[in-house]
Design a protein around this ligand. Structure first.
Ligand code: ADP
Ligand code: NI
Length: 210
């Protein structure tokens, strides 16, 4: 009962925090990461409650999304203290969140951290990952694609990061879903290349039989 009430409070708080995001970190991203955190936890025999709370809260206070990250983190910590959690459970959640990001360079050192990282990575790949990449790129004034010019465009981000994620998954169940999503990204990139090539190399559009 307490857990249901806790989850409701967290969900309401997070949906309100991210309701205006247009960088791919909207409330639906938080909902999906919370869902997959719980799902993977159940499959991997890890505490689904702690994983789901971590999933909901994982982007609160992220410096790239907040003007004042420290204030957001303090508010998040007050929220956590207001729930039915023990200090050690709170530590597990905040520690998992600290180690979720690829760019911060820290590695998860608990099962909850590994699961949260897998859930967040799943949302960066596959059809949803593709949509989020172009949303993020657009929000940062980044081009969709630049022919022969470095990787500072959204298609470049697939090669710089997204195609590496499936092989970096921590859990077997996360990896199984990641493989499917990885394949879909490869198909998308192949089709993008086919459509783009015809302009950059002034070739005919190849048809299916070629
Ligand atoms: P999160 O904030 O959820 O931990 P990231 O910050 O790594 O994860 O990425 C958030 C989303 O933005 C992902 O879908 C990712 O692919 C996308 N993204 C991050 N950097 C870029 C970039 N340079 N170009 C396009 N998309 C990006
Ligand atoms: Ni995220």
């Amino acid at each position: 009962m307490e857990q249901t009430t806790d989850l409701k409070k967290v969900k309401t708080y997070v949906i309100d925090q991210f309701k205006h995001d247009s960088t791919g970190h909207d409330a639906e991203h938080m909902k999906r990461v919370a869902f997959w955190s719980r799902e993977l936890a159940l499959k991997e025999n890890v505490d689904p409650f702690l994983c789901e709370i971590s999933g909901w809260l994982h982007d609160v206070g992220d410096p790239k999304l907040y003007q004042n990250p420290q204030t957001a983190l303090k508010e998040r910590d007050h929220l956590l203290e207001d729930l039915s959690l023990s200090p050690s459970q709170i530590k597990t959640i905040t520690n998992a969140i600290e180690t979720v990001s690829f760019s911060k360079g820290k590695r998860p050192d608990t099962k909850v951290g590994e699961i949260l990282q897998d859930a967040d990575r799943l949302d960066a790949i596959g059809a949803i990952g593709i949509a989020r990449t172009f949303a993020f790129g657009g929000a940062r004034n980044q081009a969709i694609y630049k022919d022969g010019e470095g990787t500072d465009h959204s298609i470049g981000h697939f090669h710089g990061k997204l195609l590496k994620l499936a092989s970096l998954m921590n859990t077997g169940s996360g990896r199984a879903e990641a493989v499917r999503r990885h394949e879909f990204m490869l198909q998308f990139l192949e089709e993008f290349r086919r459509e783009q090539l015809t302009t950059s190399e002034k070739r005919r559009v190849p048809n299916d039989k070629e």
